[in-house]
Design a protein around this ligand. Structure first.
Ligand code: ADP
Ligand code: MG
Length: 249
């Protein structure tokens, strides 16, 4: 437990955004058990960039799906924004995702027939945000990622880096507390990846977002405040950047 100079614990004033306790996910496939996530316990703290790293098949995507409430653990608990997912019904989990989470994917996840601005507006439409308010959020988010002049382009008229910036704008427009990103630079060259990484860092610094990013990109690992390494479903190492305070460690 980390103490400040008054002897108080940080955790009294600061709660983790994500808390995983003894998390297991076992898949049963053709009579075989695959332990995709094996007894993972970790906390993700607010206003930090946390990375989950590990080779392909180590359980990273499974872990993200469990955190997002898109998959159900075989054992253990996920606490998201202070709430135990197992004690919420499907509707409550859906609302938690819709109102508090943003998602960024390796393959951008944009709708091919919609323009950049229509793509950014999708989650706001799902929330039922009124058109005038929606347009304001969309404009602001596109400007923030530097794509105001591409607002009416469709994904196939945009480069990979620009498509990922649209996806970041879509997450940002939701004003999320937590953004989950699965290999956000995985399909981009090193320079474009660096630009996307800078934008992700700015999400944390300027917008107060907590970012959890699954990656095997060395640039992202070097940038992250906290790096958790997975191997065969297990958490095998945690590295904290110098100067970063993490409660309890
Ligand atoms: P990563 O994202 O680190 O590449 P995954 O979480 O996708 O790893 O997969 C972890 C392990 O779980 C792999 O062995 C994978 O084959 C297995 N797995 C993932 N999803 C399923 C599923 N729906 N059914 C069966 N096995 C799965
Ligand atoms: Mg994966």
């Amino acid at each position: 437990m980390t103490h400040d100079t008054n002897g108080d614990t940080y955790s009294s004033s600061l709660e983790p955004v994500i808390r995983l306790a003894g998390l297991d996910r076992v898949y049963h496939l053709a009579g075989e058990n695959i332990h995709a996530v094996n007894n993972v316990t970790l906390d993700v703290w607010p206003n930090q960039m946390t990375a989950i790293v590990g080779r392909s098949g180590s359980g990273k995507t499974t872990l993200l799906n469990l955190i997002a409430g898109l998959d159900t653990p075989t054992d253990g608990d996920v606490w998201l924004l202070g709430r135990n997912l197992a004690q919420m019904d499907e509707r409550e989990r859906l609302n938690l995702r819709l109102y508090h989470l943003g998602f960024i994917f390796q393959s951008f996840g944009l709708m091919p027939l919609l323009t950049a601005r229509e793509n950014v507006g999708v989650p706001l439409r799902m929330r039922g945000v009124a058109p005038a308010e929606r347009e304001g959020h969309i404009d602001e988010a596109l400007e923030w990622v530097g794509l105001s002049d591409r607002a009416h382009h469709r994904p196939y008229e945009l480069s990979g880096g620009e498509q990922q910036r649209v996806a970041i704008a879509r997450a940002l427009a939701e004003n999320p507390q937590l953004v989950l990103a699965d290999e956000p630079t995985g399909q981009l060259d090193t320079r474009t990846g660096r630009r996307i990484l800078n934008l992700l860092r700015r999400l944390v610094e300027e917008r107060g977002v907590t970012l959890l990013v699954v990656t095997h990109d060395p640039q992202v690992m070097a940038e992250a405040d906290v790096v958790h390494e997975m191997e065969d479903g297990m958490l095998v190492d945690t590295r904290i950047k110098e100067g970063i305070a993490v409660p309890g460690m």
